[in-house]
Write a protein that binds this ligand. Structure first.
Ligand SMILES: [Fe+2]
Length: 138
C-alpha cells in the first residue's frame, strides 16, 4: 500500500487532493488484487485510474503553466509517457484474460513506482513556483 506523507505535498491543494485520490485508486487496485476479486472489478479500478489520471494531468499541466514552473515541459512529457505505459498495460491485460490478475499486479507495481517517482522528481517543482506572479492570460 502506498501511504501519503507530507513529502508528497506540492502545496497546491487541488493537486495534492488529486495525488491523494490517485494513490487511493492504486491502493484500491492492490486491495482488489489481494482479495482475489474478478477481472470486472480490476478493470473498473483501472478505468477509474485512467480517467482520473487524464483529468489530473490536464489540471496539473495548466497549473504549472500558470505558475510558469520550469518543470512544465518535462511534466507534460512524463504524463504522455504515463498514458502510453497505461495503454500498453491495458492491451497486455486485454490480451491475457486468463492471467488478468497477474498482469494487473505487475501493472500496479509499475504504476506505483511511476507515481511516487514522478511526484517526488517532477511535481514537487511546483513548491518553488507558487510565489511567482501569474500571467494575466492564465
Ligand atoms: Fe505530474
Amino acid at each position: 500500500m502506498l501511504t501519503w506523507t507530507s513529502d508528497f505535498e506540492t502545496g497546491i491543494e487541488a493537486i495534492d487532493a488529486d495525488h491523494l485520490r490517485l494513490i487511493g485508486g492504486l491502493n484500491e487496485l492492490e486491495g482488489a488484487l489481494a482479495d482475489g476479486q474478478g477481472s470486472a472489478r480490476i478493470s473498473g479500478v483501472l478505468q477509474f485510474l485512467e480517467i482520473y489520471a487524464a483529468e489530473h494531468f490536464a489540471r496539473e499541466e495548466q497549473c504549472m503553466n500558470r505558475f510558469r514552473c520550469p518543470a512544465a515541459a518535462a511534466n507534460k512529457k512524463a504524463h504522455e509517457q504515463f498514458v502510453a505505459k497505461f495503454s500498453a498495460a491495458k492491451s497486455r491485460i486485454a490480451n491475457s484474460p486468463g492471467s488478468c490478475a497477474y498482469v494487473a499486479a505487475q501493472t500496479h507495481r509499475e504504476l506505483c513506482d511511476w507515481v511516487v517517482t514522478h511526484i517526488l522528481r517532477v511535481d514537487l517543482s511546483l513548491r518553488g513556483c507558487t510565489g511567482q506572479p501569474k500571467p494575466s492570460s492564465a
